[in-house]
Design a protein around this ligand. Structure first.
Ligand SMILES: [Zn+2]
Length: 318
């Protein structure tokens, strides 16, 4: 085992690692990750601007991977980078290695995997941040041992990933758009153009918007959660609307797919029981004959995407 630290004389063979990069709306999280999914070195950077321009994303990712290698050298970690996994949000075609669409990051049909592989001289794979995150949760997180699971990170937006019979569903990049299931017909307008999508009702951004409208004060979703815990009626009303919408979406998914595990992640899940207790209760009462899912908090937090990228990376080098 090679440890990170200032002693480069640590002898022995270099540790094989993959470079894993998770490109988010505001931050890029990257790490060199060993076979056991432990990060040997990691980096967090602000997401570079204009990633949608031709060649930008590939060049930015290549620089991040080089920075990781440099950092490993500085820390005296003997590593051998054997592959690379990159995950991005939005619509992703894993098969072709193309980032099809991200409204947030402003790209359309970016060819990533192949040009990056050429640039780095490494086997490289492109994946979807949430689907990859579910792979990581299954490997070393809260979905260990599960065969069927729904992973719903509830943050600024709401995404979803489904694992059924041990397989995370891709469906040409179209599977899992739980955030755009309509839970309140005629409800608030969503970024996608529809009304009443789950994301427009129950995301952290929606909770913040509703609380500001009702209480006249702008608070983070976390702040609203602590007012819920303190028993404030306005906060409870806003929270209740979000929980009800989430419960509806979870109950639909359970009915349609039979998943018996639901992992809730993202910023809203940080409130723990304040979200999970009423959610579990409402899903329970919405279901009749269906198998009750276990509803738990995702374990990996904001590392899920990066570790998921590592799972994908190891998948192509093995
Ligand atoms: Zn929508």
């Amino acid at each position: 085992v090679v440890t990170t630290g200032p002693s480069p004389q640590a002898a022995g063979d270099p540790t094989p690692v993959v470079a894993a990069v998770d490109v988010g709306g505001t931050r890029v999280k990257a790490a060199l990750v060993d076979r056991e999914l432990a990060a040997v070195v990691s980096l967090t950077l602000a997401t570079p601007a204009a990633l949608g321009e031709p060649g930008r994303l590939v060049e930015a990712m290549a620089l991040v991977v080089e920075q990781l290698a440099t950092r490993a050298g500085q820390e005296g970690a003997g590593v051998d980078v054997v592959g690379c996994g990159v995950v991005v949000p939005g619509l992703v075609d894993e098969e072709r290695g193309v980032a099809v669409l991200s409204a947030n990051l402003g790209w359309r049909d970016l060819d990533v995997a192949e040009p990056l592989a050429r640039r780095l001289g490494l086997r490289t794979v492109l994946g979807h941040d949430v689907r990859a995150g579910l792979l990581a949760e299954r490997a070393v997180g809260a979905a260990a041992g599960a065969d069927h699971a729904l992973f719903v990170p509830v943050g600024t937006g709401i995404a979803g990933a489904l694992m059924l019979e041990g397989h995370v569903l891709h469906v040409d990049g179209w599977a899992g758009e739980l955030g755009h299931v309509v839970v309140e017909p005629g409800g608030p307008v969503c970024g996608c153009g529809a009304r009443g999508c789950l994301e427009a009702v129950a995301s952290a951004a929606a909770v913040e918007r509703d609380y500001a409208a009702l209480a006249g004060v702008h608070l983070s979703a976390e702040g609203v959660a602590s007012r819920v815990e303190a028993g404030e009626p306005a906060a409870a009303a806003v929270w209740g609307r979000a929980v009800e919408a989430l419960a509806r979406a979870v109950a639909m998914t359970v009915t349609l797919t039979g998943v018996d595990l639901v992992l809730v992640g993202g910023g809203l899940a940080q409130s723990g029981r304040t979200l999970l207790d009423p959610l579990t209760c409402q899903v329970d009462s919405a279901l009749t004959f269906q198998r009750r899912p276990r509803i738990v908090r995702a374990a990996l937090g904001d590392r899920a995407g990066c570790l998921g990228a590592a799972c994908l990376g190891w998948g192509v080098v093995r």
